[in-house]
Design a protein around this ligand. Structure first.
Ligand SMILES: Nc1ncnc2c1ncn2[C@@H]1O[C@H](COP(=O)(O)OP(=O)(O)OP(=O)(O)O)[C@@H](O)[C@H]1O
Ligand code: SF4
Ligand SMILES: [Mg+2]
Length: 320
């Protein structure tokens, strides 16, 4: 049985579809990346898995963790899972932390609730976890408040809160986007270290193909609330079939580019929900679109599990 199995996940609000037909699978100790431009539905997918969708947003389909459907679970059951079996690192460390509680108290909360530790034992546990995420006790005390720490240090605290109860699945939603470049690399290294040491599965969400390539073995490319290409990173990055995946890859900075040379950008932007073109939602931006694209293409997988939703995908080895 997979650790996480998302099947036909959709999210609607006031008659508007925000996500549709999302299917993802993650085995114990495995790693999966979700990539796509801003507004394509990455965070809504993560929040659906966590049971943290904002009020008014209604999920459908199923999200199974250890075989149990989280979309059917009541608040009590969800609280028992959240933080204990699945935990999330958010994009903005400053807004993820409580400004009026010490960082030690924030890390200790989960272990008190989920592991039944006494106040004192939870405080010791928090101290150890903060050290484990690279906050040297001689420089950062558990008694400090978030505003006394840098952005990178705050993100380490957010990571400490997420891993404090040893979850089976860690969801990292753009965990480095708000940080400067050198801090970004150190935070990604820390996440990879923790995942390897603790045997956690990792769901890495990013708009950055390079982050996905460096951190996970499997990936799904999202566009306008749908998965448009999925498979192993080796197949998807080595032999991208969907024009959108190609566009994202062509927009990646390369070491071989000449200084000052502009990157190939995909024209236009992701249409908001309610303004998706009929048929293939990428139609308005796709260089390969033709009349067939007025019908939405299904996501079809080959024998290796490389799945593509496109009527005119690139062939193996075909150049853009
Ligand atoms: N509470 C809400 N009500 C209505 N629409 C929403 C709500 N939350 C998100 N959306 C819309 O759903 C779409 C997907 O949002 P989501 O936050 O999942 O995108 P994302 O891929 O995570 O983008 P980013 O890279 O900017 O974080 C967006 O168009 C967004 O405006
Ligand atoms: S279905 Fe058509 S419009 Fe959509 S990505 Fe494929 S070629 Fe482009
Ligand atoms: Mg997001």
């Amino acid at each position: 049985m997979a650790l996480l199995e998302v099947s036909g996940l959709g999210v609607d609000v006031a008659g508007l579809t925000l996500l549709d037909g999302i299917s993802l699978r993650l085995d114990r100790g495995g790693s999966l990346g979700v990539v796509g431009e801003s507004g394509c539905g990455k965070s809504l997918t993560a929040l659906s898995i966590m049971g943290l969708l904002p009020p008014g947003l209604r999920p459908r389909g199923s999200v199974r963790l250890d075989g149990a459907d989280l979309l059917d679970a009541d608040d009590h059951a969800l609280c028992a899972v959240r933080g204990r079996r699945v935990a999330m690192v958010f994009q903005e460390p400053m807004t993820a932390l409580n400004p009026v509680k010490t960082i030690g108290a924030q890390v200790a909360e989960g272990p008190r609730r989920h592991l039944g530790l006494s106040r004192r034992a939870a405080r010791e546990h928090a101290r150890a976890v903060l050290h484990r995420v690279g906050l040297d006790p001689s420089r950062v005390s558990p008694d400090q408040y978030p505003h006394e720490l840098s952005g990178g240090q705050c993100q380490r605290v957010v990571i400490a809160i997420a891993v404090a109860c040893g979850p089976a699945l860690l969801i990292a939603d753009e965990p480095t986007t708000a940080l400067d470049v050198s801090t970004q690399a150190r935070i990604l290294d820390l996440i990879l270290d923790l995942v390897a040491d603790e045997g956690m599965a990792l769901l890495m969400i990013s708009h950055d193909m390079a982050v996905i390539a460096e951190t996970v073995t499997d990936m799904a490319v999202m566009y306008a609330g749908h998965v448009v290409e999925a498979g192993t990173c080796r197949r998807v990055l080595g032999d991208p079939r969907h024009p959108y995946t190609r566009g994202l890859m062509d927009a990646m900075p390369r070491g071989s580019g000449r200084p000052g040379e502009p990157l190939a950008a995909i024209p236009g932007t992701v249409p908001p929900p309610g303004a998706w073109p009929a048929g293939c939602a990428f139609r308005d931006r796709c260089p390969r679109a033709d009349a067939a694209c007025a019908i939405r293409p299904p996501l079809v997988a080959d024998a290796d599990g490389h799945a593509v939703a496109c009527h005119r995908p690139f062939g193996a080895g075909e150049r853009s």
